[in-house]
Design a binder for this molecule. Sequence first.
Ligand code: 1GP
Length: 256
Amino acid sequence: MRLTSLYDALSKRRIHGQKSLAVLLDPDNLDEVSCRQLLELSEQHTVEYFFVGGSLVMNSRQAALIRFIKSRSSIPVLLFPSHSLHLDDQADGILLLSLISGRNPDFLIGQHVIAAPLLRQSNLQILPTGYMLVDTGRQTTASYISGTTPLPHDKPGIAACTAMAGEQLGLRLMYLDGGSGALYPVAPAMIRAVRQAVDVPLIVGGGINTTEKAQAALAAGADVIVVGNQIEKSPEFLAEMSKIVRSFNSVATKTV
Ligand code: 1GP
């Protein structure tokens, strides 16, 4: 499988210490009016990626949502699927998630087998991602639906070894996720441990709902922070998040 331009860009940003902001758009929670507002804000304030998906996706709005984004924005859309049915060729790429924190074969490899021929036919750029759910205070939809136990919040060593194994198996991104609406975000100590354990770009999300939490995740070594809920609740939070990422990047540029 050839590595893709989206992956190359992420890798280069990581090498140059450039952080990125990803906004999670959940088709279950977004109507056209709020989506339009978010797209306008994303044009005014830099956003590197839109992640589209959610743990359930109960409605059939995903295709319409992606069409809407693609008609109004050039920001890359990455699918963030919860199962093999959530493919959509209108997106630019897919975070092909293997749930390596869990021991459910269906989410480690099973869904991927079902999706493989469809993915091969599609134009989607594939980003093989080690997906790690972390316990962040309450059971999330993702851990419930996947039937997996998340990584203990205060065991950075387990997360580091899990990421290391994922990298050794050939996964090209790691995603530490507290799950949408997590009571508290992934601990900086865990982000730091994973950052030190692997070379691949590191995505961190779940429960990032203040500038301090975003700052802490970036300082600990996240290359991409993902924000969903808080931006859905207060769209202007997108501007604050973008500002924090830009301030990290301007320091990184000066020190290169
Ligand atoms: C969840 O990482 C994402 O998979 C985003 O979480 O909605 O809590 O920002 P929030």
